[in-house]
Design a protein around this ligand. Structure first.
Ligand code: MG
Ligand code: MG
Length: 263
């Protein structure tokens, strides 16, 4: 069953989304050589506490304890695609890290992800020039998310979003992950409908005013097939190629798609 949200509920979700965007921005800024992914998780916990105190206890962690997941944030590095548990792993210059995080704000969940390079002395521009393929992987994944979001309009179908994402990715000859999909979101972290990153225009659930969905392309430099890590959480690319993941929580409104998880 799809739970439609009222304009007031979407307004509340947008308030929470702004907080999540700030937290993810601060986490991204903390990414540097030598930091461990567990330290990033600790920072995520501190940021949740900071915003919770600021908002009278209205901000809560969302991933910790969800299906036994043991952390606030997923920290997936290089060929790890999603759901990697923070650990003592030290980030190295040139790694790619995906930070995927959710919070609960008032009664509603928000979910968002970014992928960033681990920069040492070099600037992002320098990194881009030295690593054109990885840079393009990030840009194309972001672009595919943007293309999917544009289709989140009343009267369109889920397949329109899926196809838009897939087209951008495959036109650039990258692999779009199929085993994992985006999802409805609201009073639950995962609600109906599923939002695959591949599909056919005009197929699937019709989008209605008040639907809120997490659109989240996961893209591999090589083949899209996944292998599950020994910890039971991590998904990696089977061929070992690097992957990227960008996600926004988006509302379908009369005024068009509304990105809730932006600063
Ligand atoms: Mg997520
Ligand atoms: Mg999600």
């Amino acid at each position: 069953m799809i739970h439609l949200k009222t304009p007031q509920e979407i307004k509340t979700m947008a308030e929470g989304g702004k907080i999540l965007a700030e937290i993810i921005k601060k986490l991204s800024e903390a990414v540097k050589p030598g930091i461990t992914t567990q330290e990033l998780n600790k920072l995520a916990g501190e940021l949740i506490l900071f915003y919770s105190e600021k908002e009278g206890g209205k901000v809560k962690t969302a991933f910790l304890g969800y299906g036994d997941y043991p952390a606030h944030v997923c920290t997936s590095v290089n060929d790890e695609v999603v759901h990697c548990v923070p650990s003592g792993r030290e980030l190295k210059e040139g790694d790619l890290i995906s930070l995927d995080m959710g919070i609960r704000y008032k009664d509603f969940y928000l979910d968002s992800a970014v992928t960033v390079p681990v920069l040492g002395e070099s600037s992002y521009d320098m990194w881009s020039k030295l690593n054109p393929k990885l840079h393009r992987l990030l840009e194309v994944t972001k672009e595919s998310l943007g293309a999917g979001i544009k289709q989140a309009k009343i009267g369109n179908r889920i397949g329109d979003i899926s196809c838009a994402v897939q087209s951008v990715v495959e036109n650039n000859r990258f692999g779009v992950i199929r085993e994992l999909v985006g999802h409805g979101i609201g009073r639950n972290l995962h609600e109906e409908p599923q939002v695959p990153n591949f599909g056919v225009v005009g197929e699937g659930v019709k989008l209605e005013e008040g639907m809120v969905i997490a659109i989240e392309p996961m893209v591999a430099l090589g083949d899209w097939r996944l292998a599950k890590g020994a910890d039971g959480f991590t998904y990696k690319t089977k061929d070992g190629s690097y992957a990227a993941h960008f996600e926004h929580t988006v509302a379908v409104t009369k005024a068009g798609p509304l990105i809730l998880t932006k600063p």
